[in-house]
Design a protein around this ligand. Structure first.
Ligand code: FNR
Length: 378
C-alpha cells in the first residue's frame, strides 16, 4: 500500500524511529493550576498517542514565566513542572515511543496581564503584532507595543532556552525542538517586518538569524546536536510575519542549521492554515520542503494539512523524511495504526482545542476491535 513508505525506519539524530508518522506540537492549554504544571491528564493524552518507535513533539512550553502568551500553557522552569513532565515522558516511553519538548518564547504575542511584573511584552523592536490577542482572562485585546529587547536581555533569553533544554532532559524528554515558527519571538527576529534593530541582531539576514543560531549553538553545546530540532514556518504570514528577503532568508538560515548537524529540521508548509478548517489548501503557495531540502542536508519533517495519502506522496518525493500531523493527531489517538491499516479517521472538534479537561482531549475513540474486524471483512 502507498502508506507503507511511512512505516520505514528513520534515524533522527539520536532517535531511531520505527516510522515516520510524527505528532506535531499542539497547544492544548490544560496544564494544572497554579503553576502551569503538567499532570496526569496530560500524561494520559500523550501516552494514548505514543507508539513503538514513534515521535511525539510536545505542545509549546514556556521557558520562563515571562515567555507566556496564553493561559494554562505548561512550563519547564520549575521543579514541579519538571516532575510533572516526567509523568508524561514515562507514559510515552512505556509504549516504546519518543517525545521531544518544544521550547518557546512568544515575544510580542503576550500581554501585560500575562507578565509576572505587569510590564510590556518584549520583542526585537517596538512594533506590535497586528490585530488582537488574549489577556490573562482569555479576553480578546489589541496587541500592545512591545519593549525592544536590550542586548543583556537577549543573552538572558538565550540562557533560558539552554536551561529549558537541560530541564527537558532531566524531565525525561529525548530532546528539544526549538520553536522558531508561527510568529513567536525567534520568528519575530528572523523577519524584517518585526525586526528593525540596528545592532548585531537586525538588518542583514545574517544579523536577523543570529538570535536563532546563538540559541541553537548554546543548546547544542549542552545537550548535543543529535537531540535538537528546529521548527520554521516560511511564508506563513501568521501573526503579522512579513519579510522583504524571501528565499534568501530561508536558504541562509536552513543551510546554517544544516552545518550544525542538528537532529532534524521541521518545516511547516504555507499551503495550510491551521486556524481555519474550511479553507482549502493553497496549492499556489511555495513548496518549502522542495525548496529547502537540499539546503539542509539532513532529515526534514514536514507539516501542514497532510492526510495519509498526501503524506506518503510527500515522503516518496524524497523532500520530506517524516510527516507531522496536527489536527488528525488531536482526533485520533491511534493515528499511526489507523494510517498503517487504512482505517478511517475521526474528525476533530475545534471547540475543544484550547482549554477544558478530558472532553475533546483524552476521549477521542481508538479504532474498536469490532470496527477493525468490519474493516478487514471482504
Ligand atoms: C497548533 N500548531 C502549533 N505549532 C507549534 O509549533 N506549536 C504549538 O504549540 C502549536 N499549537 C497548535 C495548537 C492547535 C490546536 C493547532 C490546530 C495547531 C500548529 C501545528 O503544529 C501544525 O503545524 C498545524 O496544525 C498544521 O498541521 P495539520 O493540523 O494540518 O496536520
Amino acid at each position: 500500500m502507498a502508506q507503507d513508505i511511512l512505516f520505514r525506519p528513520l534515524q533522527l539524530g539520536a532517535l531511531a524511529l520505527d516510522h515516520r508518522v510524527v505528532m506535531a506540537p499542539l497547544t492544548r492549554m490544560r496544564a494544572q493550576q497554579p503553576g502551569d504544571v503538567p499532570h496526569e491528564l496530560n500524561a494520559t493524552y500523550y501516552g494514548q498517542r505514543a507508539s513503538k518507535g514513534g515521535l511525539l513533539i510536545s505542545e509549546a512550553t514556556d521557558i520562563n514565566p515571562f515567555t507566556k502568551g496564553y493561559v494554562r500553557v505548561p512550563g519547564i522552569y520549575t521543579p514541579k513542572q519538571i516532575y510533572g513532565w516526567r509523568k508524561v515522558t514515562s507514559a510515552v516511553h512505556a509504549k516504546g515511543g519518543f517525545i521531544v519538548n518544544q521550547i518557546w518564547h512568544v515575544g510580542r504575542v503576550s500581554h501585560t496581564s500575562l507578565q509576572p511584573d505587569g510590564a510590556l511584552p518584549v520583542a526585537p523592536s517596538a512594533i506590535p503584532a497586528p490585530g488582537e490577542g488574549f489577556d490573562a482572562n482569555g479576553n480578546s485585546v489589541p496587541y500592545e507595543i512591545p519593549q525592544a529587547l536590550t542586548l543583556g536581555k537577549i543573552a538572558a533569553i538565550r540562557d533560558d532556552f539552554v536551561q529549558a533544554a537541560l530541564n527537558a532532559r532531566e524531565a525525561g524528554f529525548d530532546g528539544v525542538e526549538i520553536h522558531g515558527a508561527n510568529g513567536y519571538l525567534i520568528d519575530q527576529f528572523l523577519h524584517d517586518g518585526s525586526n528593525q534593530r540596528t545592532d548585531a541582531y537586525g538588518g542583514s539576514i545574517e544579523n536577523r538569524a543570529r538570535f536563532l543560531l546563538e540559541i541553537v549553538d548554546a543548546v547544542v553545546a549542552r545537550i548535543g546536536a543529535d537531540r535538537v530540532g528546529v521548527r520554521l514556518s516560511p511564508w506563513s504570514g501568521i501573526l503579522g510575519m512579513q519579510d522583504s528577503s524571501g528565499v534568501a532568508l530561508w536558504k541562509y538560515v536552513i543551510a546554517a542549521l544544516g552545518q550544525r548537524r542538528i537532529a532534524y529540521l521541521h518545516l511547516i508548509e504555507p499551503r495550510a492554515d491551521f486556524t481555519n478548517d474550511e479553507k482549502p489548501l493553497d496549492m499556489e503557495a511555495p513548496d518549502v520542503a522542495a525548496l529547502f531540502k537540499q539546503a539542509f542536508d539532513g532529515p526534514v519533517i514536514s507539516a501542514g494539512g497532510f492526510l495519509p495519502d498526501t503524506a506518503a506522496a510527500a515522503v516518496a518525493t524524497g523532500n520530506s523524511d517524516a510527516i507531522a500531523f496536527g489536527r488528525p493527531f488531536i482526533a485520533n489517538p491511534d493515528l499511526p495504526a489507523r494510517i498503517r491499516n487504512g482505517w478511517p479517521l475521526n474528525r476533530h472538534d475545534r471547540a475543544t482545542f484550547y482549554g477544558g479537561a478530558a472532553e475533546g482531549y483524552t476521549d477521542y475513540p481508538f479504532m474498536s476491535a469490532a470496527a477493525q474486524r468490519a474493516h478487514a471483512a471482504p
